[in-house]
Design a protein around this ligand. Structure first.
Ligand SMILES: *[C@@H]1O[C@H](CO)[C@@H](O)[C@H](O)[C@H]1NC(C)=O
Ligand SMILES: *[C@@H]1O[C@H](CO)[C@@H](O)[C@H](O)[C@H]1NC(C)=O
Ligand SMILES: *[C@@H]1O[C@H](CO)[C@@H](O)[C@H](O)[C@H]1NC(C)=O
Length: 462
């Protein structure tokens, strides 16, 4: 009886906490995944006339299935007269790619993968758990910790030969943009020297503390606290929902064991001498037991106990809105310009609000001094989200042993600076320039023997 009281008190307490942080009209609640197939899951076949094929593949990340595109270059045409039984088939080096905060593979990553695959590299582009074609609930759980785990799972999958014998497990590169530009640096810093062929970190998120300071400067303290409040609100709802489910399960277990106990006990009054000895006590105990049994029988089944839908915050919004990234109307248009017309999984520009509690302590720049693989940084000089000065600083933090040597002269990392804003780096001339540099860099480090040159700008006309 005491533990039942305790649980009810805990339930009351959690409800009180929920009320203390009332639902915010700028947040949304719940997210229904849409499993209808979209263009993102259509394969690309040789009939499409491209120099590669693309199919969807899957790998496991911590018990959840992640969806990925696998681009495979078409084998070079055999010269006339060759019977195909010549030397051993070459293996394709593999570039692993994933998107930035709240985004999924169909949002502009095809353009980069198209250029890399056109240059003879296999490319695996994956969706984080709970995004796009990947499984996992609650949907749109953006989290540096979880995304890093997905990156590690993707790398393990490729390195262990999960793609098949025609893919080279020794020549693997990582490519990440924006939030993922930081993830690839963290994951690269954990690998043994020589185990990664190349890393591309494009307009990367590097420093959570600096990003938070800049955010507070831009929005003001009150708006910044509202961001944190949204995160606490979502966490509390998740905790309260979990607690309610546990209470429901516990009460049902009680109900079952109470019933079993009463069925075993001798019914009251059958043995007169027992009544004589335990008297009123026995009566009270039995009535109490029967009452509890009756009450517990009225319990709704565990599955119909209320579930508090998680709270979602906008990942992009206009200046003044409660959103992770506040953009001008022009920048907001640039953000959506790289998107498809139909979103896989029923994507909306929202993520779980609990993200706001995790991001300020996430600073991939701390990992940079331990990255031994060759790195190419791309920065945007007018980037307000991931400032170019930080990227320059990161390039200088690469260890002196970092071997990026290009024909003898060694430099620590390569840095390409684009004269544009964050989201403009995915569009037009900036996209072409960035992609051209990346293709050259990746070929140099992953396919040193390749001698054909692929015109990048043609590959971009999609
Ligand atoms: C009634 O209780 C007495 C004393 O506890 C016991 O000896 C006796 O066997 C009981 N009779 C029945 C029918 O249970
Ligand atoms: C699910 O997605 C498909 C394809 O994008 C769309 O036609 C359909 O309306 C969506 N369903 C819901 C319930 O939103
Ligand atoms: C750096 O790379 C070049 C070319 O790949 C190689 O010849 C050289 O030995 C490497 N240097 C170090 C210190 O690893």
């Amino acid at each position: 009886m005491a533990s039942l009281g305790l649980l009810l008190a805990l339930a009351a307490l959690s409800l009180a906490l929920l009320l203390a942080v009332p639902p915010h009209h700028e947040l949304s609640y719940g997210f229904q995944r849409n499993t209808t197939a979209t263009a993102a899951s259509l394969p690309i076949t040789p009939a499409d006339g491209l120099p590669y094929t693309r199919r969807n593949i899957h790998f496991d990340s911590h018990g959840t299935t992640c969806d990925a595109w696998l681009y495979t270059p078409l084998p070079p045409e055999q010269p006339a007269g060759a019977d195909g039984s010549g030397g051993p088939a070459a293996q394709f080096p593999v570039v692993i790619m994933a998107h930035g905060l709240g985004a999924q593979k169909e949002m502009g990553l095809h353009r980069f993968a198209d250029a890399f695959a056109g240059a003879g590299l296999a490319v695996m582009v994956f969706d984080y758990r709970t995004f796009g074609g990947s499984d996992g609930e609650p949907r749109h759980w953006a989290s540096p910790r979880r995304h890093l785990d997905d990156w590690r799972a993707a790398l393990r999958f490729v390195k262990s030969g999960g793609l098949g014998p025609e893919y080279d497990t020794q020549k693997v590169g990582l490519w990440g943009t924006s939030y993922a530009g930081g993830h690839v640096l963290v994951v690269a810093s954990e690998q043994a020297p020589g185990s990664l062929a190349a890393v591309v970190s494009m307009i990367p998120h590097l420093d959570g503390v600096e990003a938070s300071k800049a955010s507070v400067r831009r929005r003001g303290l009150a708006a910044s606290l509202r961001l944190l409040g949204a995160g606490i609100h979502d966490r509390l709802r998740a905790a309260a929902s979990d607690l309610l489910q546990r209470i429901a399960a516990w009460l049902h277990a009680q109900s079952a064991s109470q019933g079993a106990m009463l069925d075993q006990a001798p019914p009251y009054g059958r043995n007169v001498s027992t009544v004589g000895r335990t008297g009123l006590k026995g009566l009270v105990s039995e009535v109490d037991g029967r009452l509890r049994q009756a009450l517990l029988a009225l319990l709704p089944p565990v599955s119909s106990w209320p579930v508090l839908e998680p709270a979602y915050i906008k990942v992009v919004g206009l200046v003044g809105e409660l959103a992770i990234m506040q953009l001008s109307p022009v920048q907001l248009m640039a953000y959506f310009a790289k998107h498809p017309t139909e979103y896989e999984g029923g994507w909306r520009p929202v993520i779980l609000s609990r993200f706001t509690l995790e991001t300020s302590s996430y600073s991939p720049i701390k990992s940079v001094p331990r990255v031994t693989a060759p790195v190419m940084f791309i920065s945007a000089l007018r980037d307000q989200l991931c400032p170019a000065e930080q990227v320059r600083k990161a390039a200088e933090l690469l260890p002196t042993s970092n071997n990026n040597s290009r024909g003898g002269s060694s430099s620590r990392g390569e840095l390409v600076e684009l004269d544009c804003t964050h989201f403009d780096a995915y569009l037009g001339e900036h996209l072409v320039a960035a992609t051209e540099s990346m293709v050259q860099f990746l070929r140099r480090h992953m396919q040193p023997s390749a001698e054909v040159s692929v015109p990048v700008s043609d590959a971009m006309s999609e």
